[in-house]
Design a protein around this ligand. Sequence first.
Ligand code: MTE
Length: 309
Amino acid sequence: MLIRRPTDILPSEITSPELYRDRRRFLAQSTALALAAALPAGLARAAGQSLGPLAKSPYSIGETPTPYKAVTTYNNFYELGTDKADPAENTHRLKPAPWTLRVEGLVNKPRTFSIEELLKLAPLEERIYRMRCVEGWSMVIPWVGFPLASLLKLVEPQGSAKYVEFVSHYDRSTMTRGVLEWPYNEGLRLDEARHPLTLLAVGLYGEVLPVQNGAPIRLVVPWKYGFKGAKSLVTLRLTEKQPITAWMKAGPSEYGFYSNVNPEVDHPRWSQATERRIGEFSKRKTLMFNGYADQVASMYTGMDLRRFF
Ligand code: MTE
């Protein structure tokens, strides 16, 4: 039985009383921890297992996290189904362990990392981020992860590298066919990828990332629309040319490479000026760069954000 000292308790757990109310879930977590101690590395990690204690981050916002239930049952993960409820119901279609992440392309030290190696790469932090989906809804999610910059430093990007492409896992035998061109891929400019807000997430709410949220490792870029956050990553590729992303291929006039949250640039079929925070009744005004303008706006100085949408 795990007894936690008050200093081990995360702020997210305090702001989410449901974690404590749900006794069954707490017991399941304790059992998972006991199992983890008994299993070899790689087999041990399962959704619901605690990742704490975690370093707190100055990049966290002071807003109340969206309830765990909504974060883990209202998802976009088209490989596991196109309805919001599908990913949580189809978690058996993706096995998050064992898993490797390959970093290749224009780097001096290309390398394949196991999840265990990635977890040791930098101290895990809790980052409470505001997340905005291009569809017009938003959440506040207490992610657990480490800056992508610490991984990029290890592989030593070459001078000619200008972009990072992110490629998700795809298994045609178990996952959705059609809808998008698979595998799902995304991209960032190298300075965006190195920005301290850009996170590789391995958990949320202090626990191992559930499959429906992109287990075992996914990208989180809080000033961009949620679709930038490619889930269940298997490859990071450093390139000289701007990658063409899955959404750019699907709708080039609707989804651009930058995808910065911008209330002044509408999606061709709907306004982006407001959003519905999941769990709230009235709409909120969408903030420039999703409220992260002070930290990120300087990366886009002189760019026409209507053209580079
Ligand atoms: N990654 C993959 N591989 N497949 C997807 O369909 N959907 C994206 C993004 N990453 C998606 C993906 C979209 S549209 C959003 S809004 C976010 O994941 C949702 O992340 P969440 O379900 O963890 O909130």
